[in-house]
Design a protein around this ligand. Sequence first.
Ligand code: SF4
Length: 717
Amino acid sequence: MVWARTGCPYCGVGCGLLARVEEGRVTKVKGDADHPSSRGEVCMKAVCLPPTVVNQGRATRALLRTHRAASFQPVALDLAIAHAARELRRIVETHGPDAIAFYGSGQLGTEDYYALTKLVKGFLGTDNLDTNSRLCMASAAAGYKSAFGADAPPGCYDDIDQADVFLLIGANVADCHPILFRRIAKRSAADERVRVIVVDPRRTETCDLAHSHLPIRPGTDVALLNAMLRLAIVEGHTDKEFIAARTEGFEAARLAVEPWTPEAAAELCGIPAKAIEGAARVFSRSRRAMVLWSMGVNQSAHGTAKNQAIMNLCLATGNVGRPGSGPLSLTGQPNAMGGREVGGLTGLLPGHRHVSSAADRAFIAERWGVPVARIPSRAGKTATEIFAGLEDGNVRAVWILATNPAASLPNVEAARRALRRAELVVVQDAFFPTDSASLAHVVLPAAGWAEKDCAMTNSERFVTLSRKLVAAPGDALPDWQLLARLAHELGFGEHFAWQSAAEVFDEFRRLSAGTSADLSGITHARLAAGPLQWPCPSETSPGEARRYQERFATPNGRARFAAVQPRPPAEPATREFPLVLTSGRLKSHWHTRSRTRWSKNLEGRAPEPVLEMNPHDAQRVGVVDGGFAEAQSRRGETITQVRVTPEIAQGTVFLPFHWTRQDGFLKPAHNLTHGAIDPISKQPELKHCAVRVRALPTPEDLVPADARSASPERGAP
Ligand code: SF4
C-alpha cells in the first residue's frame, strides 16, 4: 500500500500528512510521523479530507456571463481568460492601473502567490493586491515588525516542549489549532510545575488545560498586558540585563504601563485584580514562558497595539530567543506566511521587501525584466479598502482567488453591494457555487488540495511540499498556471513561461536571498525529502529554529518596546445594542465550509450555527436554551438557535462565522460585523460589534393554544 507524503490544507499548524491514493482517488489520510511540526499527529479535519476531494461542489469548467442578470454559460477556459484579460485591459486603459484589484487567500500555494505578485506588481502596475491574511494575521505581522524589525515569529513549536508557562490569549487552541493544543497538554501533563493561563471571554475547551482562566471583557487585552508588565517591573521580575543589552524604548513602555495597577485593569477587563496579579507573577517569574495568540488579539481595531503589548511583556521578562520562551502567533491559514514571503500582500515585494523602498523596487524590477517605473511605489488598497473602492467606484474590477469575500468579509451586505457595482468580478476557485461566485462575471476552475504541487509555510516557518496526487477535475488548473495564461493574454507570456511549480518556486527563492525571509536554500527537490524551516540561506543549510540569537532585524539590531494604551472598541455596547458579539471558528469547520461541507462527518458535528449566550443575558430577554433568537446589529440580523451557557461571559455572545447566504440569508455572522480597521495593520475588528438579541417564538408557540392541547386522535378528521 502506497502512502504519499503531503501537507494539510487547513490551518497554520501545518501538519504533515500521508495520503493513500487508490484508482485515482484519495481514500485515506493519516499523520506523517516524520513531519517535525506534527510528528504523526493529525486532527479530524485532515482525516476527513477524502470526501472533500471529489467533483461535488467543485468548479470544473470556466463560466462566463456578460451581465449579472444572465445565467452562466460554460465556455472554454482560454476563452474565459481572454474575455477577462480584455476587460482588465479596457479598465486599466480607461481608468488607470489602480482601478483594478486582486484579492487572494492564505489557501494559495507559494507558487500561486508568487505568480500573482509578479503579474500584479510587476506587469499590471498596481499594488492593489491583498488577501484574506489581512483578516487573520496582519496585526501579528505588524507587531513582529514593530518589535523585532521583521515579520516572523522568533521561536518554534519545539519551544512548547520546553516551556514552563503558557499564556494563551485570544486563541481557542483546542478548536482552531488542535495539534498544538495536544502538544501543550502533553507538556503540561509531563511536569506539574507547568502553568497554563487562558485569557478568553468564553470558557472554551482550551480552558480544560487552564490553571487560571481570565474571562476578559472583549477588546481590553492591552490593559491586562500592561498591568502584567507593570507588576513584573514593580516586583523586580524583569530581565534587566537583556533589556539593557538587546532592546530600546523600555523607559517609554515603563511610563505607559505605570497607571495600570491590577485594580485599574480589573475594572476595565472585568477580571478580579487578584487573578491579574496571579497571572502576572506566574508569567514574569518564569524564564521559559510563551505567549500564544490568534484572532482574538489580531481581529481588532487596535490589534497592532495588542501585539506590541505582547512583545513588550516577552521582551521585558527576557522571554525571547531562549528555548521554551517567546511570542508565537498561531496563523489561521495554511500559507498566510508563505504569501507574505513572496510579497503577496499590499505594500510588499518578494523577500519581505517593500514597495516604498527605491532600492527594493530597482532590485525586483531588474530581476523581473521590467522598467522600475512600472512597479508601484505606494502601498495599494487592503482587503476592506478594495471593497470600499468597488463601492465608491475607484476600483472597477476585482479578481478573487481561493476565497469567498461575499461571505467572509465583515458586514457582508456591504461587500456584496460592492461586488454588484463592479464592472468585472472574476472568481478563480476550486469550489463552486459560492456566495462570491454567484456575483461574478467570470468563474475560473482552480485545482485544489492533492491536485497540484505547492509549497506552504506554517506558523513556525516550516515549508512543506503539498503534492499532486490525483488529477484535477474538468478544466481546473493550478492557480499559477491560470495566472500565467492570463499573463500570456495580456502580452507578458515570456515572463511567465514556467514549466512546473518547482520552476516558479526556484525563481522566487533566488529573490529571497539575503532578506529577512531568506528561503534561498529551499528547493522543491529538497522539500520532496521533507519540510525545511527558514531562514535557510544555502542549499546545505538545515534551516534555523530560533531567530534573533545575536541581533534583531531592526537597523541597530535591538528589539523595540512600544508605549501602548488600551483604546475603546470601534463599536462599544450601548443601551440600544447592549451585548458584544464575538465571532469565531468551530473545530469541525473551515472558513465558509466550501470544503468541509462535503464531509458528512464534519457537517454532522455542527450542521447549523448556534448563538452562545450567558444565562443572565438570556433570562433578561426571555431566550431559552435550544430556543431561537434574532441577533441584530446596526447592519443586519441573524436568526439562529441559542445555547444558553455560563461558559460565556455576561454581556458577550458568540456566533461561528462558517455559514453563508447560500445556507440561508439570516445565518452568516458577518451580517452583523462591521468594517472598522486597525490604523497600522488595516485588520478589521471582527471580534467586537454591538448587538441586541430578542427571543423568537418556537414553532410550538405559533400553534394556537387550543390546537396544542388537542390530542392528535381527537383532532384527526
Ligand atoms: Fe490540519 Fe490544522 Fe488539523 Fe494540523 S491541526 S491536521 S494543520 S487542520
